[in-house]
Design a protein around this ligand. Structure first.
Ligand SMILES: *[C@@H]1O[C@H](CO)[C@@H](O)[C@H](O)[C@H]1NC(C)=O
Length: 179
């Protein structure tokens, strides 16, 4: 007899013996058993977190150049490729992606979150008119089909000194499968 069968029998027994089986408790138990089954069926997770090991001089970037986040802290499911900077969806589903970009001392750059070559989100770190930093972030929820590619690239606008990633701030690219 499986767990749910056992629980139903238990409920009936409780229902006869006492007044009724608590509906909420029964739902909680079934929900918990279902989620355990889901986890053990897929058996793995998809999540990555990568960041830049050093500052990016503006003179080293060009329009639409892919930003390659070279330090990989987490790469469950192996979707992120540290050589190309591209994330390839290991399976279909809803995904959440996040980026942070910092411009330093009279610098600016827009960045684009791109899926299969199409721009899905844009942010602009812009400290062009002043010294010190400007930080821009994105959080982008995308419905991906297995094999779809998501990457971060330089956008339309950039100039100045450099984008910053060091002991004070990190430029990062991360994501995970939501469902
Ligand atoms: C995601 O895309 C698939 C395939 O195009 C579609 O069947 C599904 O409804 C979409 N899901 C959401 C939440 O948009």
């Amino acid at each position: 007899m499986n767990n749910i069968g056992l629980f139903v029998v238990l409920c009936l027994w409780v229902a006869y013996g006492q007044e009724s089986c608590d509906r909420k408790e029964m739902e909680d138990t079934i929900c918990s058993l279902c989620s355990q089954r889901k986890e053990s069926q897929s058996g793995h997770q998809i999540a990555f977190f990568s960041y830049m090991s050093k500052n990016i001089p503006i003179k080293s970037i060009t329009k639409h150049k892919t930003l390659v986040y070279d330090m990989v802290e987490t790469n469950a499911g192996h979707g992120y490729d540290v050589n190309s900077g591209k994330f390839t969806a290991p399976e279909s589903g809803l995904y959440v992606f996040h980026t942070t970009t910092t411009s330093y001392d009279r610098s600016h750059s827009s960045i684009e979150v791109v899926k299969n070559g199409k721009v899905k989100d844009v942010a602009w770190a812009d400290s062009m008119s002043h010294d010190d930093r400007a930080v821009a972030s994105t959080m982008t929820i995308l419905n991906l089909t297995k094999g779809d590619i998501v990457q971060i690239r330089v956008g339309e606008a950039y100039a100045g000194n450099y984008l910053e990633s060091n002991q004070y701030t990190r430029m990062s690219f991360s994501g995970f499968k939501l469902s």
